[in-house]
Write a protein that binds this ligand. Sequence first.
Ligand SMILES: NC(=O)c1ccc[n+]([C@@H]2O[C@H](COP(=O)([O-])OP(=O)(O)OC[C@H]3O[C@@H](n4cnc5c(N)ncnc54)[C@H](O)[C@@H]3O)[C@@H](O)[C@H]2O)c1
Length: 272
Amino acid sequence: MAYNLLKGKRGIITGALDPNSIAWKVAEKVFEEGGQFVLTNAPLAMRMGKINELAAACNTQVIPADATSIEDLTVLFNSAQEILGGKIDFILHSIGMSPNIRKSKPYEDLNYDWFAKTLDISALSFHKIMHVADKTDALNEGASIVALSYIASQRVFPDYTDMAQAKAVLESIARSFGQVLGKKKKVRVNTISQSPTMTTAGQGIDGFDAFFTYADKMSPLGNASAEACADYCISLFSDLTRHVTMQNLFHDGGFSSTGISEAIVEALTPKA
Ligand SMILES: NC(=O)c1ccc[n+]([C@@H]2O[C@H](COP(=O)([O-])OP(=O)(O)OC[C@H]3O[C@@H](n4cnc5c(N)ncnc54)[C@H](O)[C@@H]3O)[C@@H](O)[C@H]2O)c1
């Protein structure tokens, strides 16, 4: 059911690669809620993914941009405002990639050049996006900026390796930039800490199926789906959450507050 919550709002949605991507679901929901937006992704990903199909379905355009490049981001913000006909009201940062995870490097033996790449792509890109938006005065008063995080920023999950540090930096950037942009233009900046979700990035992590099932069994509400995450993003982009900022918001069915669940106790109790 749509409520027209984003009518008249203009935005930029990063990270839609294929229909499993969280950003893909967000784009579909924003469209349903009456928001206008441009899509963007890394030039390489655009060749592999299906983003043009999404653009056609949402009556919009794709602007290629490597989120680590200030030059690309400057073009992105200029073109987005030109296409949409005004300043930006919402931004979704839905970008993550670790070469160390891709190449199955164990945490105690990371390649440091790749580690720097992980941080640049998955965390500093969030800073760069807000830096360019601020420098080019591309944001409307009261705009809302959301990035997607994961609880491994705060607790240890094997095989998430250097992405754990990237998410910790991402969440910290939301607080620091939230203060700057809040004072300047009442812009909100938050991260959503999302349940494990079956996407290309998620499934790239060794043992992902097991920790997806574990999180589902731990959470009283079960894992939050990509669609549910998209609904939460809509609420944060809307005018209904004007005073929510500088937060890391758990969207995880209760996982982060659970010590152990009956389902896990049952699974670990030896059968008589
Ligand atoms: N899937 C999960 O379990 C899960 C859980 C919590 C948080 N998240 C986060 O959600 C976000 C979206 O991931 P997803 O799970 O939808 O997977 P996904 O693979 O569909 O999305 C990741 C996106 O990042 C893009 N990207 C990579 N390098 C880039 C670059 N240099 N410039 C621009 N874009 C680039 C990819 O092309 C891709 O579209 C990520 O930040 C991820 O860490 C995912």
